[in-house]
Design a protein around this ligand. Structure first.
Ligand code: SF4
Ligand code: SF4
Length: 321
């Protein structure tokens, strides 16, 4: 990865002219109304911070960590300041300098990037969660007495599915009258919490003449580690995911989680610098990646004013990371 130095990141942050155009769109600012947490405040902080500053690690990291990396500030910046990228780079610099916290290190290196531990632990968790949580009413205070480690007790986490999607669906699924071949990137949330979403995607593909290859050895996309400023773990994960889809003749690689799609398409090439021999493979892989919705918008091509076959009059929200 072409790692940026502090001076380069600060130079980019200095392009912010503090106009405040990004303020109204920042979801973190909307929630907290705290100026330092919007892109303008963070750019001011990044450009002025000094590594020898005693506040460098603690308060600085706390402020930087309160960003969803949604990129809305960058989209609304008239000066072309990529707030989300600068914030992630600043986190990465901090991690390079000070290292990851112990819980993050344990989760990223020994959980996300392993072949067996994550499936085993989550499978065990799916069996045991019934013992603890299912019989306790949602509103009961007892739930707060069994907090999950490292998770805010007020945060709602959906239950784990009894069987992960990849545990019972992997390999090739052939469509009749095949028009296209895609690889399906399932993602952790679909795999462990909502397998029915991945199953619905598979059905839609097959019903529309699209054959699907699902490599059973695919992993987390690596976004949780990448967003936290860890560059090593996502690089290792990216190599494994790219290998998992290699060797099959695929027209597209599709992710139905928009965050996973953005990670595979936009961030995998960033992980491998110009000198890295793996960069060409990462670029070729990311060129094939499509978000599920954008792929289907092209496949169905409904006539203007007419709904696509099978659509129902419902309101939906669309996650556009
Ligand atoms: S990040 Fe862009 S939009 Fe936000 S204050 Fe700076 S220049 Fe203005
Ligand atoms: S990336 Fe999103 S959450 Fe972060 S500062 Fe920009 S708008 Fe706010």
């Amino acid at each position: 990865m072409a790692m940026k130095e502090m001076t380069e990141v600060q130079e980019e942050a200095r392009r912010c002219v503090k106009c405040g155009n990004c303020l109204a769109q920042c979801p973190v600012y909307a929630e907290t109304l705290e100026e330092p947490l919007a892109a303008r405040g963070k750019m001011a902080l990044v450009e002025s911070i000094k590594e020898e500053d005693p506040e460098y690690s603690k308060r600085y990291y706390k402020i930087l960590s309160q960003c969803l990396l949604c990129g809305t500030c960058a989209e609304n910046c008239p000066n072309g300041v990529c707030g989300d990228e600068i914030i992630r780079e600043a986190r990465a610099l901090l991690v390079r300098e000070k290292g990851l916290t112990l819980p993050k290190k344990a989760i990223f290196k020994y959980f996300l990037d392993t072949d067996r531990l994550m499936p085993l632990v989550l499978k065990a968790g799916a069996s045991l969660q019934h013992l603890f949580l299912e019989k306790i009413p949602e509103e009961s205070g007892l739930r707060l007495r069994f907090p999950l480690p490292f998770v805010d007790s007020k945060r709602f986490i959906p239950g784990l599915a009894p069987d992960p999607f990849l545990g019972f669906r992997s390999g090739w699924f052939r469509a009749e009258k095949e028009t296209m071949r895609v690889g399906l990137f399932v993602g952790c949330v679909s795999n462990y919490m909502f397998p029915r979403v991945a199953a619905a995607a598979l059905d839609l593909f097959l019903g529309n003449g699209i054959s699907v290859y699902i490599p059973g050895e695919q992993k987390c996309c690596g976004l949780p580690a990448f967003g936290s400023g860890d560059d090593e773990t996502p690089r290792s994960i990216a190599r494994k995911n790219i290998e998992a889809f290699a060797g099959e003749n695929l027209d597209r690689i599709v992710a139905h989680c928009a965050s996973c799609a953005a990670m595979l398409k936009l961030d995998y090439p960033v992980l491998f610098g110009p000198e890295d021999p793996f960069r060409a493979r990462a670029l070729a892989f990311s060129e094939k990646v499509s978000d599920f919705t954008s792929l289907f918008a092209g496949v169905w091509k409904p006539e203007p004013g007419k709904a696509a076959p099978g659509t129902r009059p419902v309101r939906v929200t669309y996650h556009d990371p």
